[in-house]
Design a protein around this ligand. Structure first.
Ligand code: HEM
Length: 153
């Protein structure tokens, strides 16, 4: 069993990865149940509403340097500072992701065990030349690629 508080950098890396690549960029579509207002917009009953989660994860005013992969932004004095993670990859409010706790725990446990067992590199050992193409649907994926896993001794 691995514990988040004793491995803050791993948890920070997972959070930062979820920020730079929003898994569900437009969340799950919702429908206005009644005529309502969002900010200064009138929203008639029946309108489909999607929240742009990528805008939040890439907001310069929140992150300062959103384009950089920088897990340290969630660590204060060597301790994980969850409050500094303003990202909402699982949505928010009444209909937020029902699997958030399970998904966060699973990602942490799987990556901790994986990184403890293997060293990971690109298949040819050379740095990647550019970020991969994104395949956009309700979730973001990338084309298949090969990695090299070397068991840690
Ligand atoms: C990294 C993994 C995951 C991400 C990024 C993710 C993200 C999301 C997002 C953005 C929503 C829409 C929330 C909203 O409308 O505000 C959602 C809804 C939902 N997710 Fe996930 N999810 C993940 C994993 C899971 C898992 C593992 C489960 C189940 C075990 C799950 C079950 C659900 C369900 C049931 C809803 C609909 C909730 C509702 O409408 O009341 N998700 N998820």
């Amino acid at each position: 069993m691995f514990y988040i508080n004793s491995m803050p950098y791993l948890e920070a890396c997972i959070r930062e990865q979820m920020r730079v690549d929003t898994v569900v960029p437009l969340g799950v579509p919702h429908r206005a149940m009644t005529d309502t207002k969002i900010g200064s917009y009138d929203v008639p009953e029946g309108t489909m509403i999607s929240v742009n989660l990528t805008m939040l994860s890439m907001d310069k005013e929140i992150w300062g340097d959103p384009e950089n992969f920088r897990p340290e932004r969630y660590i204060k004095n060597g301790v994980l500072d969850v409050a500094s993670d303003k990202n909402l990859p699982f949505g928010a409010g009444r209909r937020l992701c029902a699997g958030e706790t399970y998904a966060r725990q699973s990602m942490f446990q799987v990556f901790a065990a994986f990184m403890q067992a293997f060293s990971v590199s690109t298949a040819d050992g050379k740095p990647l030349k550019k970020p991969s193409r994104r395949i956009q649907g309700i979730i973001t994926t990338i084309p298949e690629f090969w990695v090299k896993l070397t068991p840690r001794t």
